[in-house]
Design a protein around this ligand. Structure first.
Ligand SMILES: *Cc1c(COP(=O)(O)O)cnc(C)c1O
Length: 451
């Protein structure tokens, strides 16, 4: 059996078990999410194998980009697997610390770090990548001549161009991130910063996320390596201790094949940026989506079906609250949908074209339009694969839709599935708490007459 058919079979097996164990229930939990923790461990192994370390790379820290899936138990699992953690806000820093990452395996990247956030990071010894000349000055003032355990770098915008999704492209000529390397005078200004700030010892770049071709990302890294060489030429070997190459490996949302692989990207890096592999620099990576996306899925019941203008529509419980990017930007973020019966067995009837809708009150709340799927009926299940990163882990509060439960999944050698709770479902009746109002009495659900 191929890895691809194994992935589909495994999803069905997990879904059936989730229904059998009551984790999915048409009334009590019509929407739930699953993270395959065995899959996460296998992905981390593949990442390690692609960047094997010494002698080519004296030390490699793979810092998972927390924004891709910031659930603390998921982060804790990645910590246990030896990963580091890249955080982009004070909130993500709090989560990384709560997950148990040691400070020296945390990297703080944000274009808007406050003084207080920087002071905290420097005190903890968290690595910091400055995003601007102003931030470098601020760090210098905060350090006030004292040494810090933090590795401190500067983020370069290598301006190598954008990928297929503008919002994900961080190396365009006018991107808001980093110091634009090719703008007139900036190279010289950066070299002056290295001259002025002995604590500045790392170079960072991140070309973009989903939609960036591998060679574009590798060319961005090549520019950063070239700049590190310039610093070395000016100030001597060892002046740049390491290069943080960012993340951004795109994910295949079309089927279960893992492509491109970390090994594919390492190959591109060897071709475009051989200097990275000559043993001179420590390396940090910051992959997010490629670590988690294919290791998570959503499952939701179909509540009603109807037909409008000749098109069948299945109204499900998964919509904009868990698939925000896909709903607002469907062409950039298409997702697969799979159809299962109420017991979690894959439906095999001849596909018909239908819309898969979410529960929210606006017409665009659709997971898929005009998608060929076996005819769906109320109480069938839809599964949305490849949603382990940037989907259910970062829910959108529109319509007071509650966050669904997230379950971790492991399978033992005998094929037994074990679930652990990663995030409990939010009780919609308790949402008023955050507005400072006590919750109302829940309305009892009458026994279902249409079961
Ligand atoms: C978002 C982000 C990442 C992770 O990107 P992925 O596409 O999820 O791999 C890494 N580094 C920085 C600075 C980011 O903003």
């Amino acid at each position: 059996m191929t890895a691809v058919s194994r992935a589909a079979e495994r999803r069905e097996h997990v879904l059936r078990e989730a229904v059998r164990q009551g984790l999915l229930d048409p009334e009590l939990s019509p929407l739930a999410a699953f993270v395959d923790l065995d899959g996460v461990a296998a992905t981390v192994r593949a990442l390690r194998e692609a960047f094997p370390g010494a002698p080519e790379l004296p030390a490699v820290t793979h810092a998972f980009a927390a924004k891709a899936n910031c659930l603390v138990p998921v982060l804790r699992e990645l910590e246990r697997l030896g990963m580091g953690c890249e955080v982009a806000t004070g909130g993500e820093l709090a989560r990384a610390l709560a997950a148990g990452f040691p400070a020296d395996r945390i990297v703080f990247d944000s274009p808007a770090k406050t003084r207080a956030e920087l002071a905290r990071a420097l005190e903890l010894g968290v690595a910091v990548n400055a995003d601007s000349f102003q931030e470098l000055e601020r760090i210098d003032a905060l350090l006030a001549g004292r040494p810090s355990a933090s590795r401190i770098g500067v983020r370069l915008n290598c301006q190598v161009g954008g990928g297929a999704i503008a919002a994900m492209s961080t190396a365009t000529s006018t991107s808001k991130f980093g110091i634009p390397l090719t703008d007139p005078g900036n190279r010289e200004r950066l070299l002056r910063a290295f001259a002025a700030y002995p604590w500045l010892t790392w170079v960072h770049t991140h070309t973009g996320s989903q939609g960036c071709p591998l060679d574009l990302m590798a060319r961005g890294v090549a520019q950063a390596v070239e700049f590190a060489g310039q610093v070395t030429a000016a100030f001597g070997a060892g002046r740049v201790e390491g290069i943080d190459i960012g993340g951004g490996l795109p994910v295949n949302f079309a089927d279960d094949e893992v492509t491109p692989t970390f090994a594919d990207y390492a190959g591109q890096l060897r071709a475009h940026a051989p200097g990275l592999f000559e043993g001179r620099y420590r390396v940090v990576t910051e992959f997010g989506r490629s670590v988690l996306a294919k290791n998570g899925f959503l499952a939701a019941y179909v509540e009603y079906t109807k037909s409008a203008g000749g098109r069948p529509i299945a109204v499900t419980h998964a919509g904009v609250q868990v698939a925000t990017r896909t709903v607002f930007s469907p062409d950039a973020w298409p997702l697969r949908i799979e159809a299962y019966g109420p017991d979690g067995a894959a439906l095999r009837a001849r596909p018909v074209r239908q819309d898969i809708a979410g529960p929210a009150c606006f017409a665009g709340d659709l997971l898929a339009r005009d998608r060929a799927l076996p005819p769906l009926r109320p109480r069938d299940l839809v599964v949305v694969p490849d949603t382990g990163a940037y989907y259910f882990s970062t829910p959108f509060r529109y319509n007071s839709l509650p966050e669904p439960a997230v379950h971790g999944v492991r399978t033992d050698a005998a094929g037994r599935v074990e679930f652990t709770l990663v995030r409990p479902a939010e009780d919609p009746w308790l949402l008023t708490d955050r507005d400072g109002v006590p919750e109302p009495e829940p309305v009892p659900v009458p026994a279902g007459e249409d079961r």
